[in-house]
Design a protein around this ligand. Structure first.
Ligand code: ATP
Ligand code: MG
Length: 401
């Protein structure tokens, strides 16, 4: 089945960091053969997060073309801890912790990938039966020099910082997974480059066709700088309630908006260009673009209805400063220039008298749409939809004449 240019661009260009070797991958796609696509996840915490979704969305797109996904639950590698990008040895986890975390992973994968075309396999299927002979056979296939080519190992070695022998085993185990599932392509973030390439070598070494390596860009976390990661705690989890998910998106730094749209939504490429220009040129309030992003993300992991509700909740609580759903209304006279604010507070039932109203204003206890009122004066800000608040708990919403 020859792929049209649009589909090919969607798969092999948008949200892609590097494909090794790219021409081989494109040929495999064009061949019409069903490919076995592998990605591994270490259950070191109970949550999957939006960073994981970048690769999972690619898998989903390929499933839609009929390819087969193999998700590896790294119950053995999780115990060692991935040394990728780490400057120190990770704490090892117990088999029970790993198993408990993995249980919650299952239902989360299928928020993105298609269950019908996915095979979930646990490493313990093969490593559970591994003997010392197998370990020796596997380790004999690699050299220390080869492993020290990794940036993180090389750096630690040069600086005389410890590298546990178990850490050297990590990429070997991951490579062995590729042999066991006969992966055609391995997916991962760019942090997985070394691990995935070792898979290619091991497969070739045992006479299998070496896998291609498909790397997606690393999604930055909510701090805007570091990789979104379980261990750094800067993540948005897939099982976060809609309101929290929406709220976290709203508090992302503006410079991440375009990247999040690109890697996590289906917003078409030409719109993406517009979003970038809007954010950079500050032509549109980033708040409104972010709301759309928040909506798209909540709709994807919960529902459109939940997304509507989360957005309404955000607008009510944060933009209008905690005005609850049921607020009394106040209908001011049509000509606001003739109305003093202190008078309006009395008419709205927020103060007993004009002098009390003036005192409340002077105390800084009155705000309109979340902005403190500094002095009494014309009530020209009381447009329909505005919320007047007195103290912590008294609100009215202004309605039209
Ligand atoms: P940890 O910080 O403990 O390493 P993690 O968040 O990196 O956890 P892993 O289970 O190590 O999660 O990663 C599983 C897969 O998801 C890997 O292929 C990894 O490259 C990818 N991945 C993880 N975080 C991101 C991210 N922020 N952006 C893109 N891909 C990611
Ligand atoms: Mg990791």
């Amino acid at each position: 089945m020859a792929l049209d240019e649009t589909t090919l661009a969607k798969i092999a260009r948008r949200g892609v960091a590097e494909i090794i070797p790219e021409d081989e991958f494109i040929r495999a796609l064009q061949s019409g053969r069903k490919l076995r696509l592998k990605q591994g996840f270490d259950p070191t915490r109970p949550d999957l997060h939006l960073g994981h979704v970048v690769g999972l969305r690619k898998l989903r797109q390929l499933q839609e073309l009929g390819h087969h996904v193999v998700v590896i639950v790294g119950d053995w590698t999780a115990q060692i801890g991935d040394p990728s990008g780490q400057s120190a040895t990770r704490q090892m986890l117990s088999a029970e912790d790993v198993r408990a975390n993995a249980e919650t992973y299952m239902r989360q994968f299928f928020k993105v990938v298609d269950r019908q075309r996915t095979q979930v396999v646990w490493q313990s299927e093969w490593f559970g039966k591994f003997t010392l002979t197998d370990v020796i056979k596997l380790t004999s296939k690699f050299t220390v020099a080869q492993l020290l080519q990794r940036d993180d190992f090389a750096k630690r070695f040069k600086e005389n910082r410890p590298i546990a022998v178990t850490e050297l085993l990590y990429p070997l185990l991951q490579a062995y997974d590729s042999v066991m599932v006969e992966a055609d392509v391995e997916f991962g973030g760019t942090d997985q480059r070394f691990n995935c390439l070792l898979g290619r070598e091991l497969q070739a070494g045992v006479g299998q066709k070496p896998q291609q390596v498909f790397m997606v860009p690393i999604l930055p976390g909510t701090d805007g700088v570091q990789k979104m990661s379980k261990s750094l705690g800067n993540y948005i989890a897939l099982e976060e309630p809609p309101e929290e998910m929406f709220g976290k998106v709203m508090s992302l730094p503006d410079n991440l908006i375009a990247t999040y749209f690109e890697l996590l939504t289906d917003v078409p490429d030409d719109e993406l260009v517009r979003v970038k220009a809007d954010v950079e040129g500050q032509r549109v309030n980033p708040m409104s673009i972010k709301k759309r992003l928040g909506w798209e993300i909540v709709a994807q992991f919960h529902s459109r209805d939940a997304a509507d509700k989360a957005q309404a909740h955000f607008e009510r609580v944060f933009q209008k400063r905690e005005a609850p759903e049921e607020v009394p209304t106040y209908r001011p006279p049509a000509d606001l220039t003739q109305l003093r604010l202190s008078r309006a507070l009395v008419d709205a039932g927020l103060a007993a008298s004009a002098s009390e109203a003036r005192r409340l204003i002077a105390q800084g206890a009155v705000d309109i749409d979340g902005e403190r009122v500094a002095a009494d004066g014309p009530a020209d800000r009381l447009k329909p939809g505005a919320v007047i608040r007195v103290g912590k708990h008294k609100f009215v919403r202004v309605v039209g004449p």
